[in-house]
Design a protein around this ligand. Structure first.
Ligand SMILES: O=C(O)CCC(=O)C(=O)O
Ligand SMILES: [Fe+2]
Length: 311
């Protein structure tokens, strides 16, 4: 399967790249991006690995009861129907900071809990700069998405920014070999909930996408990151852009590190069929409410009931 490479290098041609993006998004919603500063990406992976190597007692200080913070091994099961064991991964999540009296507060915001600078002096700056890079990259991608949907390039600009309910969730997969037959996965089968996801990995294979019913390995060439469309954009486009099931399978028994960025609009943005995507009988819903409901559904058998159906 061919996953097109969208070029976001300086001076890229928006219309040319939008054409490539459209054809991928109308079929399965997975593509690759290049043109990002790979030195910065490598530094993010190094810091992320250093974080997961911290003693457990330091990581456990960062457990939160909101959308951010540390989540130990054994706590996430994305696909409780097929999984007989939890995902074989630990994560740490951060994003826009929640604060008192926000205009549009939402449970999908969180308080960022940083490891002590004594332990990891460069961690916070590296991670915050990467968050900036992801938002800048997504602004470019949003222009391409808008053009691909025959909308003005800046259509989404005002709905996004640094204060959205987007999140970065660095992941550490243990070396435990997956066994799909026995219900053991790195990450269980799922589709992403939000607008788009940008995935940085350490190059160890693991991600599989379900294409025409067949689980297909996706491995990014050097210098590229993996991107995919989430359920919210599928809903927003009235099904025109596809959000496809994927999972992580550890075949070789080696650890793996990845850093997914999940882009979402501001919580008050209403997800309603876009003007170029036809009339829809799917009810409108605010982005914040949508994401919070998906969080709550996660782990329940009826999860994904909001994928594109009425709520
Ligand atoms: O780590 C990966 O390769 C993908 C993880 C993923 O699909 C997710 O966190 O939504
Ligand atoms: Fe995912």
């Amino acid at each position: 399967m061919d996953f097109p490479i969208i070029d976001l290098s300086d001076g890229f041609d928006e219309h040319e790249q939008a054409e490539k993006l459209r054809s991928a998004c109308e079929v399965h919603g997975f593509f690759l991006i290049k043109g990002l500063p790979m030195d910065q990406c490598r530094a993010v992976l190094e810091q992320s690995i250093a974080f997961f190597r911290l003693p457990m007692e330091d990581k456990l200080k960062l457990v939160e009861d909101d959308a951010h913070g540390y989540v130990p091994f054994g706590k996430i099961t994305l696909d409780p129907i097929k999984q007989k064991e939890p995902d074989t991964r630990e994560i740490w999540a951060y994003g826009a900071e929640r604060y008192e009296n926000m205009d549009h507060d939402c449970e999908a915001y969180g308080y960022n809990r940083w490891p002590s600078a004594k332990l990891l002096p460069d961690f916070e700056t590296t991670m915050l700069n990467y968050n900036e890079l992801m938002h800048d990259t997504c602004r470019k991608l949003n222009h391409l998405i808008a053009l691909a949907l025959d909308l003005p390039a800046d259509y989404f600009d005002d709905m996004f920014g640094r204060d959205t309910i987007s999140a970065l969730r660095p992941v550490h997969y243990s070396e435990q070999v997956s066994d799909p037959e026995q219900g053991r996965f790195g990450t269980g089968e799922h589709s992403d909930w939000g607008m788009t996801t940008i995935l940085l990995t350490d190059g160890n294979q693991g991600l599989q996408v379900k294409l025409n019913g067949v689980w297909t390995d996706i491995k990014e060439p050097e210098g590229t990151l993996i991107c995919n469309i989430g359920d919210m954009l599928e809903r927003w486009t009235n099904g025109r852009f596809k959000s496809t099931m994927h999972r992580v399978v550890n075949k070789r028994g080696v650890e793996r590190f990845s850093v997914p960025f999940f882009l979402n609009p501001r919580p008050e943005v209403v997800i309603s069929s876009l003007p170029t995507c036809g009339a829809s009988d799917i009810p409108d819903i605010e982005c914040g409410e949508y994401i919070v409901r998906r969080h709550r559904e996660c782990g329940e058998p009826e999860r994904n009931s909001m994928k594109i159906t009425a709520v």
